[in-house]
Write a protein that binds this ligand. Sequence first.
Ligand SMILES: [Zn+2]
Length: 278
Amino acid sequence: MITRRSLLALPATLYAAEPKVVTPAYNTLSDAEEIALGRKFAATLEKDLPILSVSALDNYVNGILTELARKSRRPNIPYIAKVANTVDVNAISLPGGFVFVYRGLLEMVKTESELAAVLSHEVGHIVGRHSANNLMLDFRARQVYEIVKRNLELRNTVIEEIIEKLGGPLVILTRLRYSRELEFESDLLGHYNMLRANWDPAGIVRFFKRLSLSRKDPGDWVDSALATHPDPAERAQRIQAEIDGSRLPSGLTTNTMSFGAMKLGLKLLPAPVRPKAK
Ligand SMILES: [Zn+2]
């Protein structure tokens, strides 16, 4: 855990580069409304994904997510992660703190700081309200914004039906890709968040470098959602420059026994589902 002393030891400029999040005028959702939207969206997504409900794994992933969320610039909403049993190397975040981690990612990361890096990036998307902004813009363009807003906190299935009508949650997520700028913003938010939560941000660089290598191997695969992200080598470079320009506190976490236990636990799970042929 980061102590008050180590926080004070950080140079003032370290946090100056942390992006300041501005919510656009077209997103008028309150936190409660955003959480309600995320809950309904997550419910439709869970029908498409083989969700693993293994308490040891859920507790481990949620422990990291919660610690990062607590130290984020948006600590006042609940964050919850579920694990999907597919080989995809991916993680996605929905409005209101809902995160889905794919098993392929858990298999690929080599240290806890790499996993924390990906989760911290997703927390960055939630802090930046990126998916909520995207969805609101899309709903406005499709003239369903008013009906969505009216039904957010009602106990009915109006929003789930709209999501299905628009092609289902995965289609919507693929269509509403984040811009390169938003991805870099999440990387930076994730980087500073990791520092506050005491994980070594070098984990971000290592993960991106490995992702970059795996892309060059035609026998390997990278999930389509990650493939739409900016070049991982470029992302690694940007974060490395951020690290080089900072004086990092000592004692940052790279790995833990719990991470090792999580990796062993993966071997006991039922075989993951392969992605459908594209
Ligand atoms: Zn992203």
